[in-house]
Design a binder for this molecule. Structure first.
Ligand code: F6P
Length: 543
């Protein structure tokens, strides 16, 4: 049995679980009128209500005990002090340094990294001001109207999510586009909309070797050169964000227009770095700094607050409670704000690429479940799609409801209706509806069983004042730290991603085979069969 399953707190939770399954939240709320006060927490312009969970004070005490026994405090200190906690790549994990607003030095290999961080921020500030003021000229002398971020994974999802979320702060002078997919439809649909004379491509890639990004960037480069017929035009229309100066130069991008970041920034934690250049161009550098400040405030909260008052820790422990004890396989992210519509996709990578691991820090296969499946959609759209299954299906799906108190769009009753729906959903999930209640309403006996809601379905509600650069920064950092805490408890490395390698390697082996005429023999019969079917069908329709 693994170390984790032998921890006294884990074993106690196992025992406690059988007691909890006998309780309903409906009863717990009826017995304790202060349940909301007892299980909610405010800070950093965020309110976390976790009272609608299948927990008692004892549950929480046992979960905190699990965090202590997992030496969480030491692990937090290890991250913040720059230790190489990404032990399979021998790297520090210091996205917190990118938003460090204190004068505190942060060391990697004995060198303070803060001067470099500040220097890139100044480079970004200078560039953002030049572009936003129309002083950056294309090769033909025109100002920029369209910014196209070419990147994938962490070099796409974070910036795309934030640019969308902070749309009310966006300059009207620039249009923003995000190209990620290798499918030519993605880049082509953007190229169709923009003018080569007024476009600016940001090639965002930590490694600058990612096939999708490089292929899209080369297609964009060719499109630009087809227009200008002069290679010198590349420098006026392309900038790079990368850790790989050699590859950037080889692409033809002036290294003076390269925005650097470092191997201690994980791709999925990189929106705070120069990878966030599209964000800074959209909302301006002061707003970008406000987002960093929001992130930093959450870092300070996470680093200093007792576990009992620590939002990321509480969210992480509740996640473990459902995932490992109730065997809930997934977790839904349900933002009640259209501006946050990309948040579920963003958190999908942040969480699933981080904690989708099955080997622990001792190199042993784990004997417990790790990372949940993260999914979701903005409310109220989700209500008319998958909430049926959350309410009456056979799966237990813990969910986070995220709601701003004030909307950026004051249109009639829209916001109140949205808010009412959000609260109603968490109430319905918790309370359910009994046969007796249905009878009282005069519901026909023949349909009674179909109309019962079992209830007792857990949710957290996160309320923030308004979506601003600062509150969004705090919200993102909250989830980053939640993911980290879960990784610590599961004793896995949340910061590598070896699981994406195999597919990449096999794709590069298959690619040349697609243009060969011989029958495929290099793979299993299914893969050979698919390759051959594709090739012969393709040839037959392209004669
Ligand atoms: O999906 C694998 C991955 O390495 C992610 O971790 C990363 O965000 C993405 O690819 C893009 O990588 P890069 O920024 O190096 O192009």
């Amino acid at each position: 049995m693994s170390e984790l399953l032998q921890l006294p707190a884990w074993q106690a939770l196992q025992q406690h679980y059988s007691k909890i399954t006998l309780l309903t939240m409906r009863d717990l709320f009826a017995q304790n009128p202060n349940r909301f006060q007892n299980f909610s927490l405010e800070g950093n312009a965020l309110l976390l209500d976790y009272s609608k969970n299948r927990i008692t004070q004892e549950t929480m005490q046992l979960l905190y005990q699990l965090a202590y026994e997992s030496e969480l405090s030491a692990k937090i200190n290890a991250m913040f002090s720059g230790q190489a906690i990404n032990y399979t790549e021998n790297r520090s994990v210091l996205h917190i340094a990118l938003r460090n607003q204190s004068q505190q030095a942060i060391y990697v290999d004995g060198i303070d990294i803060m001067p470099k961080v500040r220097s890139v921020l100044s480079h970004m500030r200078e560039f953002v001001s030049v572009v936003r003021n129309g002083l950056w000229k294309g090769y033909g002398g025109q100002r920029v109207t369209d910014v196209i971020n070419i990147g994938i994974g962490g070099s796409d999802l974070g910036p795309k999510m934030v640019v969308q979320a902070l749309q009310p702060y966006q300059t009207k002078d620039l249009n923003f586009h995000f190209v990620s997919n290798i499918d030519g439809a993605d880049i082509q649909s953007v190229l169709n909309k923009i003018n080569p004379e007024t476009c600016l491509f940001l090639v965002a890639s930590k490694t600058f070797t990612t096939q999708e990004t490089l292929t899209n960037a080369h297609t964009a480069r060719k499109w630009l050169l087809d227009h200008y017929q002069d290679k010198k035009a590349v420098a006026s229309h392309f900038v790079a964000i990368s850790t790989n100066a050699v590859a950037v130069k080889a692409f033809g991008i002036d290294v003076a227009n390269m925005f650097e970041f470092w191997d201690w920034v994980g791709g999925r934690y990189s929106l705070w770095s120069a990878i966030g250049l599209s964000i800074a161009l959209a909302i301006g550098m002061d707003n970008f700094q406000a987002m960093l400040q929001g992130g930093h405030q959450m870092d300070e909260h996470f680093r200093t607050a007792d576990f009992e008052k620590n939002m990321p820790v509480i969210l992480a422990l509740l996640g473990i409670w459902y995932h490992n004890f109730f065997q809930a396989e997934s977790h839904a992210i349900l933002p009640y704000d259209q501006l946050l519509s990309q948040l579920p996709s963003y958190l999908q990578q942040a969480d699933m690429e981080s904690n989708g691991k099955s080997v622990n820090n001792q190199g042993k296969t784990v004997d417990y479940s790790t990372g949940p499946i993260i999914w979701g959609q903005s409310g109220t759209n989700g209500q008319h799609a998958f909430y049926q299954l959350i309410h009456q299906g056979t799966h237990l799906i813990p969910a986070d409801f995220i709601l701003p108190i004030k909307s950026h769009f004051n249109i009639g009753e829209h916001h109140n209706i949205l808010v009412a729906n959000c609260f109603a959903q968490t109430e319905a999930l918790m309370l359910g509806r009994t046969e007796a209640e249905l009878r009282q309403q005069g519901i026909d006996e023949s349909v009674l069983p179909y109309r019962v809601f079992s209830g007792n379905r857990p949710s957290n509600t996160l309320m923030l004042e308004k979506i601003t650069p600062k509150t969004l920064g705090s919200l993102i950092a909250l989830y980053e730290h939640k993911i980290f805490v879960q990784g610590v408890i599961w004793q896995i490395n949340s910061f590598d991603q070896w699981g994406v390698e195999l597919g990449k390697q096999l794709a590069s082996k298959i690619l040349p085979e697609l243009s060969q005429t011989e029958v495929s023999e290099n793979h299993d019969s299914s893969t050979n069969g698919l390759i051959d079917y594709y090739k012969s069908y393709y040839r037959s329709i392209n004669r």
